[in-house]
Design a protein around this ligand. Structure first.
Ligand SMILES: Nc1nc2c(c(=O)[nH]1)N[C@H]1C(S)=C(S)[C@@H](COP(=O)(O)OP(=O)(O)OC[C@H]3O[C@@H](n4cnc5c(=O)[nH]c(N)nc54)[C@H](O)[C@@H]3O)O[C@H]1N2
Ligand SMILES: Nc1nc2c(c(=O)[nH]1)N[C@H]1C(S)=C(S)[C@@H](COP(=O)(O)OP(=O)(O)OC[C@H]3O[C@@H](n4cnc5c(=O)[nH]c(N)nc54)[C@H](O)[C@@H]3O)O[C@H]1N2
Ligand SMILES: [Mo]
Length: 764
């Protein structure tokens, strides 16, 4: 497909999902040439005896309901079930340099990887290698490093609990806690922020709570695209007369109206349900100030009339209340309005809904986590909910909505660069070794260490590190300095082409595929965004007979690296139930693991804060005073450039799964046939002397001497606050400075990137 050919902008006026979604699924199945036999996988998705959808981490309606239709889940399954293949012929016919010149979309279209490959520098090509030789090569390189901290072990959130557990065990036996993972770029601000207030970095609600909530406030999240099954819960709440509010610089179309593809009546009559009743549009990164403003209103109203704050809850469960209220009372309205970008009237409207709510759920996504003050914003949200006693009771609570389908489980299994001493002690006891204590590198620190030459071997269990990370050109240089890069993957992507001096590309089974070990089908377990752990069995024949499971690949690398004296890797790989037996020894909450996942729907992992058991230092839920920073690099950039400075968010289109580009449309936002668009407010377009439809280049405005740019974008007038821009990731990752991270979480600030616009220098 020519990416520029049929590009056009046409506002979308219909409800989300509905006929448009069904049509898109039909197109996708056709494009991927999904074999009829593989279609059954679609129907087994999120069924009790089927597989967990590899799409997102939204839970399933108790895993027993009828097939929950989801357009983007279907796309994720179809992408894996495709009949296209990226086999040895592809790599024989094209050099790495030639492949590198192609778009992410084109790379994705080659289909599934089929055989283990090793990079041959003399021909600049990948050539086949046996599995045993590949494992031996990994072992040789790792054992040759003078210091285990010179290796880093990346994980993307599709890895199962079993694979993740073995992977962290291997790396810790080897001697490092260098576990950069996709979570570092995603919900890290949640995982680091919540423990200080409620004691654990996970959400406090389950799906059942959604059925009871009367108010749902959605911060910085685009469910119609990224968690489409969540629309079902939202619709039910709206139908009950509940209030739904979207806090988002964009009035995302998918949160306006929804047509249920599973409702024959709605489909036949073109009926639909209104979802959000109020849209509050803060400036990018304005959420801390906005949430603080609502909290201030709660305190003010309580001072005026009483009965607004849940004093009984506060007294019994909370610490730090007086200092917190004093700070709110002293905070200036002028500052809160200026920094949030939200008017007093809108703050009042939102506060009124919040105060009226009896059972409130606050959900959030990347709009809250990818900013400098993300940790403070999430703590403030938790504190706001505490003021009204909205944590740990039915129908109410905190709901971070995770991205990858098992990103939460991977962290639970110990994919964590800052492990606790207690966990390490236990792991050491169970396996009879002394795990490394020093904290390891997260994503940004790993890239910085590669730049310094301090990380030399990089192994990735899934994902697309080169494309997902900030400062793309610098990251490429860093990766290319490595001695060895190893990628375990299902489909070809950029990271398989941005490689170290030596490189391995190891193809793996996906979750939709049958995983036979010694003739017995193996299941793997995952934990969803609401702490439900369940088992997943693949249904499709493997894309190639040469594929190995992630568990088998990790076990193979581990045996070749740390040997099998302490761990019987082959036994683990032969029967995953044995891995679960031992996971249970390391984590108390996983008692009777095999028995409990055998039940339909699996089991809920205890989240103490849900039961008002606060695992904080004070033993109470803590109020935390958060000043609004006014001297950030963003503020300084504004001082330098004045009104011309724009703040860019990099976000997802409807036709992508993170760095995987399925297509060129973003239907709900009215973009067709192109991804190189940048949304801007018409008044800013005028002020800067451009016109709607102009071609512009984006120039980084971070003041560190590094030149950053992304060229040739179509400027689109859009309903977005003044001073803000929106564009897609990963095309704009080159503009995200590596050093710009969330305070206390290390997450790249990929939704507040300072840029300037220039008329495009690229000639057609
Ligand atoms: N189909 C599909 N599903 C996915 C994914 C995918 O790429 N495709 N990715 C998966 C992953 S890993 C993740 S983490 C999730 C991501 O799911 P989301 O959290 O929905 O991620 P984004 O699309 O990046 O951004 C979400 C929203 O944040 C808003 N936003 C941006 N900046 C701000 C801000 O400063 N404040 C507020 N209040 N809002 C802001 C944007 O307008 C956008 O609507 O989805 C998961 N599911
Ligand atoms: N600018 C900007 N950057 C961002 C973000 C943003 O919003 N803006 N979002 C961030 C977020 S939230 C995240 S989570 C990261 C995502 O970062 P990653 O998780 O690293 O990236 P993905 O694009 O999800 O990885 C896709 C690749 O995973 C491989 N894969 C797919 N399924 C499997 C499997 O079952 N097993 C294995 N081994 N491999 C598989 C395929 O080869 C596919 O190409 O990106 C982050 N980067
Ligand atoms: Mo994510």
């Amino acid at each position: 497909m020519d990416e520029k050919d049929s590009s056009h902008i046409k506002p979308y006026t219909r409800p989300a999902a509905g006929w448009g979604a069904l049509k898109q699924v039909a197109i996708t199945l056709h494009q991927e040439r999904v074999a009829p036999a593989n279609l059954k996988a679609l129907l087994a998705q999120n069924q009790p005896d089927g597989f967990d959808c590899p799409g997102c981490a939204w839970p399933d309606s108790n895993h027993q309901s009828t097939f929950a239709f989801c357009e983007n889940g279907a796309k994720a399954v179809a992408a894996e079930a495709t009949s296209r293949r990226a086999g040895p012929e592809l790599f024989a016919s094209q050099t790495v340099t030639q492949l590198m010149a192609q778009s992410d979309y084109a790379l994705e279209q080659y289909g599934r990887l089929t055989e283990p490959m090793v990079y041959d520098a003399s021909s600049d090509r990948y050539a086949p290698i046996s599995w045993e030789d590949a494992y031996a090569m990994v072992g040789r390189h790792l054992r040759a490093l003078p210091d285990p901290d010179q290796a880093a072990f990346y994980t993307s959130g599709r890895a199962s609990n079993e694979a993740a557990f073995l992977y962290q065990l291997m790396a810790r036996l080897y001697g490092t806690n260098n576990f950069p993972d996709c979570s570092n770029m995603c919900h890290e601000a949640t995982s680091r922020g919540l423990p200080a207030t409620v004691g654990i970095g996970k959400g406090t609600v389950t799906l059942d709570d959604f059925a009871l909530a009367d108010t749902i406030i959605i911060f910085g999240q685009n469910p119609a695209t990224n968690h489409p099954r969540m629309l079902g819960e939202l619709r039910e709440c709206a139908r009950r007369g509940g209030s739904i509010v979207s806090v988002n610089p964009l009035r995302e179309r998918g949160l306006q109206r929804f047509m249920d593809p599973q409702s024959p009546l709605e489909m036949a009559t073109l009926g639909s349900t209104r979802i959000a009743g109020l849209f509050v549009q803060p400036t990018l990164g304005g959420d801390l100030a906005l949430i603080k403003a609502i909290a201030k209103r709660v305190v003010e109203r309580d001072d005026e009339t009483g009965g607004i704050i849940d004093h009984a809850f506060v007294q019994e469960h909370c610490s730090g209340f007086d200092a917190f209220c004093a700070d709110l009372r002293a905070e200036s309205w002028e500052l809160l309005v200026a920094e949030s970008g939200v008017t007093r009237e809108q703050i009042e409207a939102l506060s009124t809904i919040f105060i009226a709510g009896q059972r409130i759920i606050a959900t959030w996504g990347m709009g809250l986590t990818q900013h400098k003050q993300s940790v403070a914003a999430i703590r403030m949200l938790s504190n706001l909910m505490m003021l009204r006693g909205q944590i740990g009771k039915p129908g109410a609570g905190l709901c971070p909505v995770r991205g990858h389908s098992n990103v939460q489980g991977d962290r639970t299994m110990g994919i964590e660069e800052q492990p606790t001493g207690a966990f390490l002690d236990r792991l050491g006891q169970v396996y009879g070794f002394t795990p490394p204590r020093a904290h390891g590198h997260d994503v940004v620190a790993t890239i910085e260490a590669m730049q310094r030459g301090d990380v030399k071997v990089f192994i990735a269990l899934g994902g697309n590190f080169a494309a997902a990370t900030p400062d793309t050109p610098l990251t490429y240089v860093a990766l290319r300095q490595c001695e060895l890069t190893v990628q375990i993957a299902t489909k070809l992507n950029r990271s398989h082409l941005v490689i170290g001096k030596q490189a391995l590309l190891l193809p793996t089974l996906g979750r939709t595929e049958i995983d036979l070990q010694h003739g017995v089908p193996q299941g793997v377990t995952v934990e969803d965004s609401m702490s439900m752990v369940h088992i997943s069995f693949g249904r499709n024949a493997p894309a190639s007979p040469q594929l190995r499971s992630e568990v088998a690949i990790v076990a193979g690398m581990a045996a070749a690296t740390v040997g099998s004296e302490l761990v019987d890797w082959a036994a683990y790989a032969g029967d995953y139930a044995r891995i679960r037996d031992d996971i249970e020894k390391v984590f108390d909450d996983f008692y009777d693991y095999n028995a409990r996942v055998a039940k339909p729907g699996g089991f809920h992992l205890r989240v103490a804060s849900r039961e008002r058991d606060w695992k904080t230092a004070s033993g109470k839920a803590s109020f935390i005073v958060a000043p609004i920073a006014l001297d950030t690099p963003l503020h300084r950039a504004r001082e330098r450039h004045g009104q011309r400075l724009m703040v860019l968010m990099s976000t997802r289109s409807h036709d992508q799964y993170n760095t995987t580009i399925y297509g060129m449309d973003d239907r709900y936002r009215g973009v067709y046939g192109t991804r190189r668009v940048v949304f801007a407010n018409q008044a800013d377009i005028d002020m800067l002397g451009f016109e709607d439809g102009a071609k512009v280049d984006l120039i980084g405005a971070w003041d560190d001497g590094v030149q950053r740019r992304a060229d040739d974008f179509l400027l689109v007038a859009y309903d977005i606050p003044r001073g803000c821009l929106g564009a897609y990731y990963p095309e704009t990752n080159a503009l995200v400075p590596l050093a710009s991270t969330a305070d206390g979480a290390g997450t790249p600030t990929s939704k507040s990137v300072p840029v300037l616009l220039e008329r495009s220098s690229v000639t057609a």
